[in-house]
Design a protein around this ligand. Structure first.
Ligand code: TRP
Ligand code: ZN
Length: 884
């Protein structure tokens, strides 16, 4: 059990601790061109009660054993069995501690999966979560095995002047033959997935931070040569994160150094290795010439997220990978709260909810559905999902809503106090909130076990004679692909009763049925309950599910007139956005169900006017108004259409909605452009970014309404920062593919930025999503470009990922050529980097909701993939589950 190397399913119900306890690890890693020699000393002891003849099973992946010793003596061949995937040692001491010395040799240069020890632009680096450490040495490679590590790295001094690992630096020195060494000591017990080393010729930005209790910490951000100057914003974000965690959660940093290294070839965003975070360089390196406001926001969030893991993930880790949301959901919640405090809470909440609906809802409502805490997996890498991360964060947010800010903080304090240094479970986590608040969270735990998005239906009845307003709430959860339960779950519903004067009413409330009211939160605990409000002289507007207080699909029987009125009046700004966004979403879905070519206006005049009224309201933040202008994406509209989806029709509907808003709002958008124009030097702060977002949204609508490219051409040419330049280029390549200025601008962009891989990714991605009729041929040409490579995940995501997820019309070409093109790339990529191949393959998951022709083509493509008999476990798992 808990072994994944045999292709079997791993089950939560089969968890048991290891037979042997690990109490310390010492490693010597010698790096050479073309190989690394690794000697690992494991201090082990048989666990009390374990049979004296039980063998020790260590995990491996693609390993070669060079030698094996027990307390310094070579182990006889009959006492062990080594394969690339495991090392089994028998005849070990019955109860005394012993030291096992394992020697392996690996070739980092040949590691294209980017898991374990590999080289990126000459830099040696590691990625061990989830199961990468076993690609370095044989080990008890699971998160409930915690130990202190001492690591010695040796390398050529010229090739790798910088040698880093976890913990504190203890010793450095020279060796013969131009080599040198560094020793690092990590006193904190940690699981192997948090192990890291980095070695290379790196530049650094070094600063110091003094913690609340006076500890001096050296902060280092390491980059490729010549790029440390682009780490300034990341450094600033890091310091703000450190201050915030002290103030908001009372959590201080605990080592003498905190290092971040930016790496070009990286499978995900970043990794929280203890004291040595390793980042995709996309989330570290920027300045206003090469990065957009969205990139700045990404750096801030990811820096904060990885830093916050030091307490939620590292000091308290996960007992097993089923508990992944224990660290990820909680840490996403923490980084969301950080961004809300640092920027603007309503705008931050809107963008989190948009992200949840765009990524998590389709996952939760399709074949890849799984609970926030899955009950089984074939490949754990495929569970780093929107459900575990983003829905996981929503569950923490609901606990905070139910307990209130102070109650939540008490529970968190107890969690840190009780489980520091341990590998914990969701049950441990929930127990802390129960003990701190005296509440029973048994029913709440269902949120972790039941997959799917519940529907919350709300109906209202106003009795003018009795001056009473009655609101009935019903929740329904349908059984989906995961086959988990459908019992009612506690739903915190933040609400307000808004009067015609735009103020919240505080009418006394009484619940009948399984619900309770506490301030502005109704907690629905059963399938159905009614809440009545007394003493209301006029029918109020019900503003429900404020701040998206529960991750549900809302069905509210509110008339369009009421929704439009509330969209102007609601003191809760989040709900003003939500009302408009739901009105638009419903209208687009309705239009999307009509046949291709249907000319009926997708958006009614009242809805367009309501949007324009809020855009013209100078009392609202520009960033908020930009959010109101952001229509849902094509996959989101397709999801709401529900079945027999024609992606060409969805595209057509969205384009006509843009044109309608653009032409009706032309004068307003043009005056906003003038108002928002600025000669001030670039600043990445939230308010300035909000103004750029609104101005660029206005530009997009002006060009959509007028069909004239000139204003975008002008902005491209005069832009003084990447946000404005890229916004203009995106409009040109999306809307004016045939215009001569488009190819000129694309060429100009390439020439300006060809030395910067991160900017080139933007150039590739823009072209991969252009919805031209020859898009499959165009994306094929992109893969033939000399700068395209399947070895760099960012480049693959920019081309193949962007095409499959962001070019709906081309991916879903009726002849199936888009599906086949992606499948062919996946087969090539799978041989190099299965994790990325599996991730991109999830774009097929909505195939069942397509119209019959495309459905058949997509299914055929998936079946062929599934039966090809050569897929990695990662890709096979996604393809097979998608077909379920
Ligand atoms: N723990 C990382 C985070 O969320 C996720 C991560 C980074 C990861 N790299 C990975 C997960 C590689 C799996 C494989 O911050
Ligand atoms: Zn994380």
């Amino acid at each position: 059990m808990l072994r994944t190397d045999d292709g079997q399913t791993v089950k939560l119900s089969e968890y048991r601790p290891t037979d042997f306890i690990l109490s310390g690890v010492e490693m010597t890693i010698q790096l050479f061109e073309g190989r690394a020699d690794i000697v690992t000393h494991l201090r082990l002891q048989r666990r009390a009660g374990v049979a004296a003849d039980a063998a020790l099973h260590l995990d491996g992946d693609d390993l070669l054993l060079e030698s094996l010793a027990l307390d310094g003596n070579i182990v006889a061949p009959q006492n062990y069995e080594a394969t690339p995937g495991s090392l089994v040692v028998s005849n070990l001491p019955e109860s005394e501690p012993f030291t096992l010395t394992v020697e392996t040799r690996i070739v980092p240069e040949q590691n294209t999966r980017l898991m374990g020890l590999y080289r990126s632009n000459g830099i040696w680096c590691t990625q061990c979560e989830a199961e990468g450490f076993r690609r370095i040495t044989y080990f008890l490679d699971r998160p409930d095995v915690l130990a202190p590590y001492k690591v010695r790295i040796e390398a050529d001094k010229a090739a790798a002047p910088v040698l880093l690992s976890n913990g504190n630096p203890v010793e450095t020195g020279d060796l013969p033959d131009g080599r040198h060494f560094a020793v690092w000591d990590d006193p904190f017990n940690k699981p192997s997935y948090l192990f890291a080393i980095v070695a290379g010729d790196l530049d650094a930005m070094l600063e110091t931070f003094t913690t609340a209790s006076g500890r001096e910490v050296t902060l280092g951000i390491y980059t490729e040569k010549g790029r440390a100057g682009q780490a300034g914003y990341a450094m600033d974000a890091l310091k703000r994160s450190m201050v915030w965690d002290e103030r908001r959660f009372g959590r201080e940093y605990d080592l003498d150094v905190f290092n971040v290294v930016a790496i070009a070839d990286f499978n995900m965003g970043a990794m929280e290795n203890k004291g040595l975070n390793i980042f995709n360089h996309k989330y570290v390196l920027l300045d206003s010439n090469i990065a957009t406001d969205a990139d700045y926001g990404g750096v801030e969030t990811v820096i904060a997220h990885e830093y916050f893991h030091n307490w939620t993930g590292n000091r308290i880790t996960c007992r097993d990978w089923f508990q992944l949301c224990l660290k990820e959901g909680l840490t996403v919640y923490r980084d969301q709260e950080f961004s809300a405090d640092e920027r603007e809470p309503t705008v931050q909440r809107i963008s989190s909810v948009r992200r949840l609906k765009a990524h998590q809802f389709p996952e939760d409502q399709g074949p890849l559905q799984h609970p926030v805490r899955p009950g089984e997996y074939r490949e754990i890498n495929n569970f780093y999902t929107a459900t575990v991360y983003d829905k996981g964060a929503e569950l923490v947010r609901m606990i905070a809503t139910i307990l209130g800010r102070e109650g939540f903080r008490k529970g968190m304090d107890l969690y840190f106090e009780r489980h520091d240094g341990e590998a914990a479970t969701i049950e441990d986590f929930l127990k802390c909130f129960e003990d701190a608040s005296g509440r029973d969270l048994t029913q709440f735990a269902l949120w972790y076990a039941q997959a799917g998005t519940p529907t919350l239906s709300v109906s209202e009845n106003y009795d003018s004679a009795a001056r009473r307003h009655e609101v009935t709430f019903r929740q329904v959860l349908k059984k989906g692909a995961a086959g988990t339960g459908t019992a009612p779950m506690p739903l915190p519903i933040r609400f307000g009763l808004v009067g015609r004067n735009g103020q919240d009413n505080d009418a006394p409330a009484r619940a009948s049925g399984p619900a309770s009211v506490d301030g502005d939160v109704i907690l629905l605990e059963g399938a159905e309950a009614t809440v009545s409000f007394e003493g209301l002289g006029e029918r109020p507007y019900l503003s429900v599910l404020r701040d998206f207080s529960a991750p549900v699909t809302l069905e509210h029987d509110q008339s369009e007139t009421d929704r439009l009125a509330l969209a102007r009046l609601d003191p809760n700004l989040f709900n003003r956005w939500r009302l408009l966004s739901d009105l638009v979403g419903d209208a687009l879905a309705t239009a999307g169900r009509r046949p291709l070519g249907d000319q009926t206006a997708a958006l009614g005049d009242e809805v367009v006017d309501a949007i324009l009224a809020s855009i013209g309201d100078r009392g609202l933040e520009p960033a908020f108004r930009a959010q109101v202008l952001g229509l849902p994406g094509e996959p989101e509209v397709a999801r709401q259409v529900g079945e027999n989806v024609d992606p060409d029709r969805v595209h057509e509907v969205l384009e006509s909605a843009r044109a309608a808003i653009g032409s009706k709002g032309m004068a307003l958008f043009e005056s906003l452009r003038d108002e928002l124009a600025s000669d001030a030097p670039f600043s990445p702060d939230a308010a300035s970014a909000g103004r750029r977002a609104l101005s660029n949204a206005a530009l997009a609508y002006i060009t959509a309404g007028s069909g004239d490219a000139q204003s975008a051409v002008d902005q491209y040419e005069s832009a003084s920062n990447m946000t404005d330049r890229l916004a203009a280029l995106a409009i040109l390549s999306h809307r004016f593919p045939e215009h001569p200025a488009t190819s000129e601008s694309l060429d100009d962009f390439y020439k300006r930025f060809e030395t910067d891989e991160l900017v080139l990714d933007k150039w590739f991605a823009l072209q991969a999503v252009a919805p031209a009729s020859n898009a499959v041929e165009a994306v094929t040409r992109l893969t033939e470009h000399p700068r395209f490579t399947l070895r760099n995940p960012n480049r693959v995501r920019a081309v193949v990922g962007s095409f499959a997820a962001g070019n709906q019309v081309a991916f879903h070409r009726p002849d199936g050529s888009g599906y086949r093109w992606v499948a062919d790339r996946l087969i090539e990529l799978d041989k190099i980097n299965p994790q990325i191949a599996a991730r991109i393959a999830t774009t097929f998951r909505a195939w069942r909701s397509l119209e019959p022709g495309r459905r058949g083509k997509a299914e055929e493509t998936l079946r062929k993939l599934s039966e090809s008999n050569s897929l990695s476990k990662d890709l096979q798992d996604i393809v097979d589950r998608s077909l379920k």
